[in-house]
Design a protein around this ligand. Structure first.
Ligand code: KIV
Length: 274
């Protein structure tokens, strides 16, 4: 069954929701055949696909390009596309126009933006234009320079209160769901109890209404230290490297290609060649 923003929202309290990032056609096709509820074309693509140190350099064109590829590969899950840094900050009109591009050109079915009450007007305008919006609170990577690093958010009393207020403001503005990133688990539980839209956690504990992970993280493809909240559901990076090495060796020792990988032709044709 196709997941829509409406059915995604309605799942709160009924069952847990799963979301994974996706950035390309092949991976989206694989995920389409699994039970993932939503694919997030995250601006994390700047880091895991393009090799930037953070998400700030990602452009609207990058997001449209990758989102359209994902949309060609997946028809069943809900496709949510991130609004990149500075594509919605200037005004509600700028936000709405760029969100519209992600739906028209990228074939997204919903957009996600980072930030709280400051963006309520932006969200209202998008929702009025029939664009489903997902919020994103806690560690908001586009604010990395203002936050001073990738750190857990909402530990201090004022910060915890602001996060709860922001979640309520997003809900009132019309979001259908809210991502909570790197938030203490008890605070994420409280927010999940106090809002009526599903919360989707990443580093926010088990009591959110759903979870999201970056697929390269959960498949163990990123070298170096993983964040505390990541579980490797497979050692995909190791498996790929073993396969790459096996291929290189087979080419070197002449066992690849084997006869079954070769096209034959009529000997006579060869003999007549001068
Ligand atoms: O860009 C992204 O991948 C995200 C998730 C971490 C929620 O926003």
């Amino acid at each position: 069954m196709k997941t829509t923003a409406v059915s995604f929202r309605a799942a709160k309290g009924q069952r847990k929701l799963s979301m994974l990032t996706a950035y390309d056609y092949t991976t989206a096709r694989l995920m389409d055949a699994c039970q993932i509820d939503a694919l997030l074309v995250g601006d994390s693509l700047g880091m895991v696909m393009l090799g930037y140190a953070d998400t700030l350099s990602v452009t609207m064109e990058d997001m449209i390009h990758h989102c359209a590829a994902v949309a060609r590969g997946a028809s069943r899950p809900l496709i949510v596309c991130d609004m990149p840094f500075m594509s919605y900050h200037l005004s509600p009109e700028q936000a709405c126009a760029n969100a519209g591009r992600l739906l028209k050109e990228g074939r997204a079915q919903a957009v996600k933006l980072e930030g709280g009450a400051d963006f309520a007007e932006h969200i209202r305008l998008m929702v009025r234009a029939s664009i489903p919006v997902m919020g994103h609170l806690g560690l908001t990577p586009q604010s990395i320079n203002a936050l001073g690093g990738f750190k857990v958010q909402g530990k201090a009393p004022e910060a915890a209160q602001k996060l709860l207020d922001d979640a309520r403001a997003l809900e009132a503005a019309g979001v259908f769901s809210i991502v909570l990133e790197c938030v203490p688990a008890p605070l994420a539980r409280l927010v999940s109890q106090r809002v009526n839209v599903p919360t989707i956690g990443i580093g926010a504990g088990p009591d959110c209404d759903g979870q999201v992970l970056v697929w390269q993280d959960m498949l163990g493809m990123v070298s170096g230290l993983s964040p505390k909240f990541v579980r490797h559901f497979a050692e995909g990076g190791e498996t790929m490297q073993q396969a790459f090495n096996a291929y290189a060796q087979a080419v070197q020792n002449g066992t690849f290609p084997a006869p079954e990988h070769c096209y034959g032709m009529d000997e006579e044709v060869l003999e007549k060649l001068r």
